[in-house]
Structure formats: structure tokens, C-alpha cells
Write a protein that binds this ligand. Structure first.
Ligand code: SF4
Length: 295
């Protein structure tokens, strides 16, 4: 494969991750769009990673630091204001954590996420790439990506609980086995939302999943990207334009799926290259100033 051909989708992904991060940094003044009371009913639109965190905190009345960061920044980006976030977390931590302990040990962290403490950085919610490749969850942690971090039995049970038909569970597990985590999540979205295969672009961000599920983003710009890559290839080597597009074709397992795609586009292995797991875990907490104890 030509060097440019391999790099194009990767560079595009980097650019898109960048723009998605900007889109979901909470600065679009969506704060106030939702209240603490809305979170439970909106959870049906959360991607699996956030549904898992929502379920755990609702049942356990606690999340460790990694979970609070991943979930808290996601909630911020869907429109939970600082005041409503403080209310939500205080409520959901009860009765395990009383008001005094909450104010002492957790409120600072929440205000910090909203840029009201420390260096006053307005933190962005995490992209799929960041969740998949950094800060591997340890014992007692619930953050991370279920497609990346659950074992096969746990993921199978989770998919069954989400009413995913058995043939699609096998399909998703096969994608996961081959480390196509975001393709698996995209396939999960298609199946659970009854969207024909190939109609949406690869899931890149938990908040774009949410926005799509809420109908705020109809479908992503698969066709636009397809044209862009076709144009780039035609002006590059002059080789067949079709082979240059990262949106042509599908992973073998997905192509053989029972929900065969009527649409011409879909995610490919090339688009996933960027998010293969690193050889060693990196702690993104280290990137945050004012690190807080993990209560
Ligand atoms: S692929 Fe992204 S949105 Fe989907 S579960 Fe994993 S981290 Fe969440």
C-alpha cells in the first residue's frame, strides 16, 4: 500500500479527534441543557461505556477517580452545569457518602473538571481513542471501554442485557477479538438503533454517540469523507479512486454479518489503526494538574 494512502485516514482521524474534542469541551454553552433529574432517563442514549458507569454509580453509590473523570466530563459535555453536576453526584453518592464527606472529598474534583479550581482548565470529555488506549482500568475501576476492557463473558452478558440478537453478539465479539473496538461499538449502535449497516461513520467519541442517539446529529459525514478521499487519491497517484477511500468495504466479520449493509459505506480496518492498544498503559491522570486522591 502506498505511504500516502495509509496516512490519509490516520491524519483524517487525528483531525477529527481534534475537532470532536473541541466540540465537546463544554465551551459550546450547552451547560444547563440538562438537569440532575434528567440523567437517569437519558442513560438509554449513552454508549455502553457511560451506561456501565451510570449503572455502577447508581447501584454502588460510588465511583473511583477514573470513573468519575470519564463519566463526569461526559455529563458535562451533554449539558450538565456545574451546579447540577454537584447536585447529581451528591445525590447519587448518598447514602454511602454524607454531605460533609462529599463536600470535603469530591466537590473539589467536580469543580476542577469545570475549570473552577486549580489552573481553571476547562477539561474536555474523553474521546474513544483516549478511553481505549490510556489508563487501563484496575481492580474496582469501572472506567474504560467495555469493548476493549470487558472479558468476553462479561461483554456477552452485557450485550444480551441490551437485547442484542445472538448472531450480532457473535459478530461483535469477533470484531473485539480482532481489536476492532470502535467498529464493534458502531455495530452495536446500528443493531440497537435499527440503523442499516454502513449508514453511520465510525464511532469516535462517546458524546457523538449520545448526540446521534438523541437525534441531534443525524448521521455522520461518511459520504463527505468518501468524496474527500476519492479526490485526494485521484490527485495523488492517479490509481483507482475506489481503493483509496477508507470508507469502502468492511472488516471481513462485519461484511459476513446477518444484517448485511444496503449502504455503500462503512468503517474499515484502516480507520481503526489509530486506536490499537499501546504496549504499555499510560496514566492520563498524570496529565491533569492538581491530582486528587482516589477515595
Ligand atoms: S467505542 Fe467509544 S463510545 Fe463506544 S463504548 Fe468504547 S469508548 Fe464508549
Amino acid at each position: 500500500m502506498e505511504e500516502d494512502e495509509r496516512l490519509l485516514p490516520i491524519l483524517s482521524n487525528v483531525a477529527r479527534q481534534h475537532s470532536l474534542a473541541a466540540e465537546y469541551d463544554g465551551s459550546g454553552n450547552k451547560a444547563g441543557d440538562i438537569s440532575a433529574d434528567d440523567v437517569d432517563k437519558l442513560a438509554q442514549h449513552f454508549p455502553l461505556c457511560m451506561r456501565h458507569l451510570h449503572a455502577r454509580v447508581t447501584e454502588d453509590h460510588h465511583l473511583k477517580h477514573g470513573g468519575r473523570m470519564q463519566y463526569g466530563l461526559f455529563l458535562k459535555a451533554i449539558g450538565l452545569s456545574l451546579e447540577e453536576a454537584l447536585l447529581y453526584w451528591k445525590r447519587v453518592f448518598q447514602p454511602r457518602i454524607n454531605d460533609e464527606k462529599f463536600a470535603k472529598n469530591y466537590a473539589y474534583n467536580i469543580r476542577h473538571n469545570y475549570g473552577q479550581e486549580g489552573k481553571r482548565t476547562n477539561y474536555s470529555s474523553y474521546s474513544c481513542a483516549k478511553i481505549i488506549t490510556t489508563n487501563h482500568p484496575g481492580q474496582g475501576d469501572h472506567h474504560g471501554c467495555p469493548f476493549r476492557h470487558f472479558n468476553a463473558d462479561n461483554l456477552r452478558a452485557t450485550l444480551r442485557a441490551s437485547q442484542v440478537p445472538e448472531p450480532n453478539i457473535q459478530e461483535v465479539l469477533e470484531l473485539v477479538k480482532n481489536q476492532h473496538y470502535q467498529v464493534a461499538c458502531t455495530r452495536y449502535y446500528e443493531v440497537t438503533h435499527k440503523v442499516p449497516q454502513g449508514q453511520i461513520d465510525l464511532i469516535q467519541h462517546p458524546n457523538s454517540y449520545f448526540d446521534m442517539s438523541m437525534g441531534k446529529t443525524p448521521t455522520q459525514n461518511a459520504k463527505e469523507l468518501d468524496q474527500k478521499y476519492t479526490f485526494a487519491k485521484e490527485n495523488d497517484t492517479g490509481a483507482a479512486a475506489a481503493s483509496a477511500s477508507p470508507l469502502k468495504g468492511k472488516p471481513a466479520a462485519a461484511a459476513a454479518a446477518p444484517f448485511a449493509a444496503p449502504g455503500p459505506v462503512g468503517p474499515t480496518k484502516e480507520k481503526e489503526k489509530e486506536v490499537k492498544p499501546p504496549t504499555e498503559d499510560q496514566s492520563f491522570d498524570a496529565m491533569l494538574e492538581g491530582d486528587v486522591p482516589d477515595f
